[in-house]
Ligand binder design. Structure first.
Ligand code: GLA
Length: 556
């Protein structure tokens, strides 16, 4: 089980990338980072933590409904060089707070300026009864504006509260230097890569990561599943109530395949081999989408619409739910089909249950005014939920900030259920592609069906989930015209990247056609073009090799 594997710690880059040949193209970047750390902090770093971004092949906005998704890690990543700062050197820096666990965070990108911060132990009156054991530390994180260090702090926050009980057991002072090749706001999950790398860096500096899961200085080292869960909680501190796809893909990806990640009944990941005769091409729309800044009207609003819809549907099909229970669509499908709590009914039964439940979604439809479905108002939504306004507020609004006058419960639900079914079908087709690899004819037909599912996913994201944008619609259409079997947005949407399935051998021609037809690419050449549109093929090593690790010797 991938989730129960230890977090790998390597000692040479060759071990990280599997061979000297594979490691060579990365050596300069790693060594430059280590050298810069030494220039800035006067000693070598102890670790480099790495976490890759991801491309989601199919299954958008369904992870927080607890349905399975199918992402793969990409080669682009975040690296954090770090080391503990000796206490005696503190006196040289008047700016550094003289409290435990202070951090100097620098970034190789000149746009991101040096930051110095320190956590504080909560005063007894600040600790509520429920979190008395969980949260001893506080650390200010600015969620109102986009700040690079917020993601570093988010990673630190969970490590502090998970591993340190207070002043008697306090964290080391840390220096760190970050570099990243995942473009921010591109839908390739730069934020999760940053939070995973930061979580890992603070764990490593404080001796909480080991080769084995044995007791490590009084604490068991986290396994991969534990790191995913910690990174998921950490990222919520930046203000986005994201599901676990990005963190799971960043932590658990397999070097040669995509991952089928399930969140229900518990976090599990299994490798899915991708077709060898087709390639996934990522293309950036060049519209920057920051899901944290737009969360109120975008991401977080979708999370609430999805959760409230699930409660209403559950009631309509006769499932009893307590007022405080925030049931998800995956749980509704399971209970509707008689699945035992904690059990997994399996892919075929799940697909059949989704299909049986789909006609019942009509209960979520808003009334039609002058031929237009405007969505339901807050008042109508509360009434449909069967909860008293206070209980509704407590369950669905008290923990999240959203802004809307109408809520699209039906459209969102229709997307979630059909997208969940597409993931199951996509995975099944990949398994069949692998089995049919020897016969050209059937592999071609199966690749066609993967493309069709991707196209259907794009239509659903655009029309039902409304998370596309005109540029993403254009780019996916142009990709199909340029010969892609299928093309869709990847990640949260509202900008960022698309992913297209293209025949092997046609990639150069495909990229050229898209360059000529997508207006924002017309003047791009060389590196600028290859940064905007590029092939990624896990089977051939174009994706990340090992997903993240701590390196403690800088040699090949
Ligand atoms: C973002 C979130 C993920 C997922 C996708 C949409 O990347 O972080 O959890 O919800 O959007 O599929």
């Amino acid at each position: 089980m991938i989730a129960h594997q230890p977090i790998p710690v390597f000692h040479t880059l060759t071990d990280v990338f599997g061979s000297e040949e594979a490691a060579l193209p990365h050596a300069k970047r790693w060594n430059d980072l280590a050298a810069q750390f030494e220039v800035r902090f006067g000693r070598k770093p102890t670790y480099i933590a790495r976490a890759p971004g991801r491309v989601n092949l199919i299954g958008e906005h369904i992870d927080y409904a607890l349905f399975g998704v199918l992402p793969a890690a990409v080669e682009r990543d975040i690296l954090i060089a770090c080391g503990s700062r000796p206490t005696q050197s503190l006196s040289h820096h008047a700016e550094i707070p003289d409290t435990p666990g202070s951090v100097i965070a620098e970034n190789l990108h000149p746009k991101y300026t040096r930051q110095v911060f320190a956590p504080a132990v909560k005063e007894p009156q600040e600790v509520s009864e429920q979190d008395a054991h969980a949260e001893s530390w506080k650390l200010d994180i600015n969620t109102k504006e986009l700040r690079w260090e917020s993601y570093v702090k988010a990673g630190y926050y969970g490590v502090l509260n998970h591993h340190f009980s207070g002043v008697e057991n306090s964290p080391a002072h840390v220096d760190l230097l970050v570099t990243g090749s995942v473009p921010a706001g591109s839908g390739l999950s730069s934020s999760a890569a940053m939070v995973v790398a930061s979580t890992l860096a603070f764990l490593a500096v404080n001796g909480k990561v080991g080769d084995s899961l044995e007791d490590n200085g009084g604490h068991k080292s986290l396994d991969k599943g534990g790191l995913v869960e910690l990174a998921m909680k950490n990222e919520k501190r930046v203000g986005v109530n994201s599901g676990g796809m990005d963190q799971a893909a960043s932590v658990m990806s397999d070097p040669s395949s995509a991952l089928y990640i399930r969140f229900y009944p518990s976090l599990t990941a299994s490798a899915v081999r991708l077709p060898t005769r087709a390639v996934f091409v990522i293309a950036n729309s060049l519209v920057v989408a920051d899901k944290a800044l737009s969360a109120k009207r975008g991401y977080n609003l979708r999370v609430v619409e999805t959760l409230v819809g699930a409660r209403i549907l559950a009631q309509a099909v006769g499932l009893p739910i307590a007022p405080v229970d925030r049931i998800t669509y995956r749980e509704v499908v399971g209970r509707f089909a008689g699945e035992q709590p904690g059990a997994d009914m399996g892919a075929d039964a799940l697909e059949a249950a989704i299909t049986r439940l789909e006609p019942r979604l009509d209960v979520l439809k808003p009334s039609v005014t002058d031929g237009v479905q405007l969505g339901v108002t807050m008042e109508e939504m509360v009434q449909m939920s069967g909860l008293a306004p206070d209980a509704f507020h407590e369950a669905y609004l008290s923990w999240v900030d959203i802004e809307a006058t109408r809520f699209q419960l039906y459209k969102r639900a229709k997307h979630v259920l059909t997208e969940a079914r597409r993931v199951l079908q996509f995975r099944r087709a990949c398994v069949e592609v692998e089995a049919a690899a020897s016969s050209d004819g059937s592999e071609a037909a199966l690749i066609d069906s993967l493309g069709r599912l991707m196209n259907e996913s794009q239509v659903s994201c655009a029309e039902l989930f409304e998370c596309s944008c005109p540029e993403l619609d254009d780019l996916t259409r142009l990709a199909r015209q340029a010969g892609a079997y299928g093309s869709r947005l990847t990640g949260a949407g509202w900008g960022g990247c698309t992913v297209s399935l293209v025949a092997e051998g046609k990639v150069t021609e495909f990229i050229q056609k898209v360059k000529e037809t997508y207006p924002p690419y017309k003047n791009l050449e060389g590196t600028a073009l290859s940064e905007a549109i590029f092939a990624t093929k896990p089977g051939r090593g174009a994706c990340g090799q090992y997903i993240y690790f701590a390196l403690d010797l800088f040699c090949l």
